[in-house]
Structure formats: C-alpha cells, structure tokens
Design a protein around this ligand. Structure first.
Ligand SMILES: O=c1nc2n(C[C@H](O)[C@H](O)[C@H](O)CO)c3cc(O)ccc3cc-2c(=O)[nH]1
Ligand SMILES: C[C@H]1O[C@@H](n2cnc3c(N)ncnc32)[C@H](O)[C@@H]1O
Ligand code: SF4
Length: 327
C-alpha cells in the first residue's frame, strides 16, 4: 500500500501592519494606530535574511486589511516613503525575491487590479473565506462579507493565481454553514481551478477580545470538519491544518494533506501564544506518513506555468533545493 504524503512549507511571517479597517470579534492581532504598528523596512530585511539563511522558501506577508482607511495611519506610513501599504508590500515582495524567498501575500480584500499587480511578484496568494454565514463576529468587518470574499477569490481565479483559502471554525457558524462554505470553495475551484489548499483553522480565544470567553470547537466537531472538507473538496485541493493550533497528531488521520507554513525564525503573529513545532516534532506528528517539503506554489501550478516569468529562476532553484532535501 502506498504511504500518504503530508506536505509543509518553511516560511517567514511578515506582519507589515497590525492596523486594519475591519474589527473581527475574535482577533487580537489588530491594534490601533500607534508607534510600532508598521513593521520597519530593516526589520523586514532582517527576517528575510534570517529566513533565507535557515532554508525558508516563502515570505508570508499577512497584515491588516485596508489600514489606510484608519485615521492617522497614512502619515505614519509616509515616514517610510509610501502612501499605500500595498506599494510598500509590493517593493518588499521584490526584496524577498532578491533575498531568495517566494512571496505569498494575504492582505485581506484586494481589487482585481491590485491582484493583477501582485501576481507579478507573488508565487501564490491567499484569503480566508472564514465562513459563508453572516455572523456577529463580523458585524464590524465589511471585508468579511462572504459575497465580497467570494468575489475576490473568483477574481484571483480569473487571473490564474495559485490560491490559499480556508475556514475559521468555531466563530459562530453552524455545521450546515461549514458544508455550505466548503461547497462554495469547491464550486469556485471547479470553475477556475486555482485553489491549491483550504485551511481548516480552529478559533483560539484571545482574552482581550469580545470572544475571549467563548468556547473552542470540540475535538469531535473539528475532526468531523476535516473529514467533511476532504469529502467535499476536489481531490486536487489540499486540506491544511495549522500544526501549532490544533493537535495535529490527533487529527492527521481524518484527511489532512498539509501542515501549512512553519517558521524556524518568526512566531505566528496572529496566534503568538501557540509556538510552531520544530521539524523533529513534525516528523513525529506525521509518523507513518511521508513528510515532504513544498513551496508556496504547489507542483501542479509550477507545471502549468501559473506564475510570472520573472519568478521562473527562483521557483526552479528553490524547487531543486527542496527536492534535494526531501528524502
Ligand atoms: O493564505 C493564507 N495563508 C496563511 N498562512 C500561510 C500558509 O500556512 C502557507 O503560507 C501556505 O500554505 C502557502 O502555500 C498562514 C501561515 C501561518 O503560519 C499562520 C497563519 C497563516 C494564515 C494564512 C492566511 O490567512 N491565508
Ligand atoms: C489570518 C487568519 O487568521 C485567522 N484568525 C484571526 N484570529 C484568530 C483567532 N483568534 N484564532 C484562530 N485564527 C484566527 C483568520 O482566519 C484570519 O483570516
Ligand atoms: S482577522 Fe484580519 S481582518 Fe479581522 S480584524 Fe484581524 S487583521 Fe483585521
């Protein structure tokens, strides 16, 4: 019998800004405009350098959505010579490539024009659908309107951008909503064929948020959701769980294909209380499976050539490097 393969990617997490125009009830990442709310260019460069030196292949730019709409943000950003966080991210993506890392950006909602521009400097991009349900946690988050999220994921599909999306589990959605969310993603993929992976992420309560005292999803419900995801999503879409949030060892058998990005040099800025496992631990978690490193762009999208020609040398070089590392 063939052993199943479980993949993961080595990344550095670059939280360019904690300022965000949404106010999600579960999020402790977001902060007001204040000193230090923007990651300085030199700090980004240092992470890129460290990441490249420790064998990382991905620069994960994940940050607040449309921070420029928050009063006082733009004057702070101008100190670094930019009017728009996306221009800053674009230039840093180029620096990431020069440093030898493939950019993957999740900046929340982007327009089709913005996506088209980022495609030239990103090997893949992402946006969590979270859920198709309209829930109280998203009452103050216009960017979490499911129709808006679906429209952006479709735009990325039309632009042939290899894409990561996912569900946040335990934020007030029902099991029926989870099925609907998964069927929605499956439907989008059948039309555009660009969804490489779907993250099934469990909500982790943060003390100083409105949902700080809410319960988390039980183990049975979580494993059932993984099973549902594997059953509903097309075979060429990977099911990812973050190994620092869920007890991956316990859930891996329910249809998990991927453990996402783990970083040897940065914390998970969204869930800083949950450290990433060491590679040794990943090997234990995936005992009985074949653990294989991947890039942020999955092999089938490399083969199809779904990336900007400017990225060709780096993708080929990193692909060779991970193949040499994969036993
Ligand atoms: O596309 C996304 N990728 C996210 N990823 C990235 C993902 O694990 C990898 O970068 C992808 O698998 C790349 O293909 C995260 C990785 C972390 O380590 C921590 C949090 C996230 C969150 C997201 C996310 O919201 N969207
Ligand atoms: C980057 C992604 O992090 C997720 N996210 C935001 N807050 C939390 C939390 N408290 N627990 C788990 N995941 C969270 C959202 O799904 C977002 O899209
Ligand atoms: S989860 Fe993302 S969109 Fe929601 S408040 Fe936090 S940073 Fe903003």
């Amino acid at each position: 019998m063939q052993v199943r393969t479980i993949t993961y990617s080595r990344n550095v997490f670059l939280p360019l800004t904690t300022v965000c125009h949404n106010i999600c009830g579960y999020c402790s990442y977001r902060t007001p405009v204040r000193e230090g709310c923007i990651m300085e260019p030199d700090a980004v460069r240092e992470s890129l350098r460290l990441g490249a030196a420790t064998g990382c292949t991905e620069a994960l730019f994940t940050f607040g959505e449309r921070p420029g709409e928050v009063e006082g943000f733009t004057p702070l950003l101008r100190r670094f010579g930019y009017d728009d966080i996306l221009d800053y991210c674009y230039d840093l993506s180029k620096e990431a490539i020069e440093a030898g890392l493939l950019p993957h950006t999740n900046a929340g909602i982007l327009t089709s024009e913005e996506l088209e521009r980022f495609r030239t400097v990103n090997a893949s991009m992402g946006l969590m659908l979270e859920t198709t349900a309209r829930i109280p946690a998203h009452r103050e988050s216009p960017g979490k309107d499911p129709d808006v999220r679906i429209a952006m994921i479709e735009d990325a599909g039309r632009l042939k951008i290899p894409f990561t999306t996912g569900l946040l589990i335990g934020i007030g959605e029902t099991e029926k909503d989870r099925v609907e969310s998964l069927e929605t993603i499956a439907g989008i993929h059948r039309r555009y064929h660009h969804i490489q992976e779907v993250i099934i992420q469990n909500f982790c309560p943060k003390p100083d948020t409105p949902m700080g005292r809410d319960g988390t999803v039980g183990k049975e419900e979580f494993s059932e959701t993984i099973r549902l995801a594997r059953a509903i999503l097309p075979d060429d879409v990977a099911v990812q769980i973050p190994p620092n949030l869920a007890d991956a060892e316990e859930f891996i058998g329910y249809g998990v294909d991927d453990l996402g990005g783990v970083s040897p040099v940065t914390v998970d800025y969204i869930n800083p209380e949950h450290p990433w496992p060491e590679l040794e631990r990943l090997r234990e978690i995936t005992h009985g499976y074949r653990l294989v490193e991947r890039l942020c762009i999955y092999p089938q999208y490399i083969r199809k050539g779904w990336f900007d020609p400017a990225l060709t040398p780096l993708i080929m070089d990193l692909d060779k490097q991970i193949q040499e590392r994969n036993p």
